[in-house]
Design a protein. Structure first.
Ligand SMILES: NC(=O)c1ccc[n+]([C@@H]2O[C@H](COP(=O)([O-])OP(=O)(O)OC[C@H]3O[C@@H](n4cnc5c(N)ncnc54)[C@H](O)[C@@H]3O)[C@@H](O)[C@H]2O)c1
Ligand SMILES: O=C(O)C(=O)C[C@@H](O)[C@H](O)[C@H](O)COP(=O)(O)O
Ligand SMILES: [Zn+2]
Length: 363
């Protein structure tokens, strides 16, 4: 079992990683919340069916309520958010209650935002169940989507702890493994060449990742994320680097319709595009062709989904949270491990998007 510590602003919290991590949750609650009045587990239909009974039995607490939300991006809506708040009020949760977010990134983002806003904030704990959530469970970005943009309504609100039990990952379908692994690639690309080279060398397919390898790249990824969050909790500077691949990625998710392409798969396309621009604008010596081939071998699509308008994608990118005065600000790399944020001109971006679309990616 590995334990990391994140210090974000005023909050310092542990991240427990490993098979069986969740078995420590009950004693953590007993030690740290002696006056706990009730617990609300927020989970989704899929995770609930697979693991809720086992999870509740391991917790074995009185005054435990459960809210099951739809799986995937359907959880990150105003309606579901409202339902969770109503449920918490009906069950009389108070400021000594605690929310347990049990699921992937969508559940974590939703449950965290419920916790952040219920009675102006009650504590919550992340119990991630996807590879992707090595990213989303750490760092305190919590949010729901708006038709006009991804994660547009939310807060920075840190969890009390993260219990990352890797046994849950065994039931992930291939598409979710792929989605989550994209954020691992992102963490490698923005942090250091050694991590990136090791990752490319070690991961030749996503079908049967040995536990030791999985633990190693997830732990490395969390370390990269934690180090950045510790420097800049609320994204006034370097935290934007964690958005590498996301400016186009989020635009694709919103344009295609939330949930019709997974977050990680959209980010993978966004990273290919961002790398291409990085190479055009900087003397960045990177083997993009090889990267693109590696992604394809792992099962990623590396071109824009069919039917998306580049004008509309640009309009979405102008609405991105990093934008200032409707000027698109893009995370680019000077080299692996050396990201920066650059303002890009609309006409230039549209031209590059059109070429990316026309050529079917980088080819
Ligand atoms: N807050 C952040 O910093 C941050 C970082 C990255 C991504 N995100 C957000 O996270 C979301 C994507 O995360 P995700 O892919 O984990 O989301 P998710 O919660 O939608 O999970 C993906 C799918 O896998 C299923 N699932 C979850 N755990 C499972 C398991 N153990 N076995 C089988 N199926 C399982 C879910 O039911 C769902 O259908 C996006 O909304 C994205 O915007 C947030
Ligand atoms: O933690 C961050 O900061 C990130 O940007 C991590 C991203 O992987 C994640 O998808 C995040 O939710 C995107 O943030 P947003 O502010 O662009 O919505
Ligand atoms: Zn992301």
């Amino acid at each position: 079992m590995e334990t990391l510590h994140i210090s974000a602003g005023s909050k310092k919290y542990p991240v427990y990683i490993g098979i069986g991590a969740v078995n420590q949750l009950k004693s953590f609650l007993q030690e740290n919340y002696p006056k706990l009045t009730s617990v609300l587990i927020i989970t989704d239909e899929t995770v609930g069916k697979l693991y809720l009974e086992e999870f509740k039995a391991a917790l074995n607490l009185s005054e435990t309520y459960v809210k099951v939300v739809p799986a995937g991006e359907k959880a990150k809506t105003f309606e579901v958010y409202h339902e969770c708040l109503s449920y918490a009020l009906e069950k009389k949760l108070d400021r000594k209650s605690l929310i347990l977010s049990f699921g992937g990134g969508a559940v974590g983002d939703l449950a965290g935002f419920v916790a952040a806003s219920y009675m102006r904030g009650i504590p919550f704990i992340q119990i991630p169940t996807t590879i992707l959530a090595h990213d989303s469970a750490v760092g305190g970005k919590v949010a729901i989507n708006h038709a006009l943009g991804k994660n547009m309504i939310g807060a920075f609100y840190q969890p009390e702890a993260v219990f990352y039990d890797l046994k849950f990952l065994q039931s992930l379908p291939p598409a979710e493994i792929r989605s989550g692994f994209a954020e691992v690639i992102k963490h490698a690309l923005i942090s250091d060449e050694e991590f990136y080279d090791w990752l490319v060398k070690s991961v030749e397919n996503l079908n049967s990742i040995p536990n030791t390898l999985m633990t190693e790249f997830l732990t490395k990824g969390i370390k990269v994320k934690g180090a950045i969050v510790e420097q800049d909790e609320t994204e006034t500077g370097v935290r934007a680097y964690l958005n590498f691949g996301h400016t186009l990625g989020h635009a694709i998710e919103a344009e295609a319709g939330y949930g019709s392409i997974s977050h990680g798969e959209a980010v993978a396309i966004g990273m290919v595009f961002a790398l291409k621009i990085s190479m055009e604008r900087h003397s960045f010596n990177f083997n993009l062709l090889e990267f693109n081939e590696w992604l394809k071998k792992l099962g990623y699509v590396t071109e824009l989904p069919e039917g998306l308008s580049t004008h509309r994608l640009l309009a979405r990118m102008k609405q991105d949270k990093k934008s200032v005065g409707q000027k698109v600000r893009f995370v680019l790399l000077n080299k692996i491990g050396s990201p920066g944020v650059e303002e890009l001109d609309d006409a230039y971006l549209l031209n590059r998007l059109d070429a990316f679309k026309r050529q079917g990616g980088i080819a």
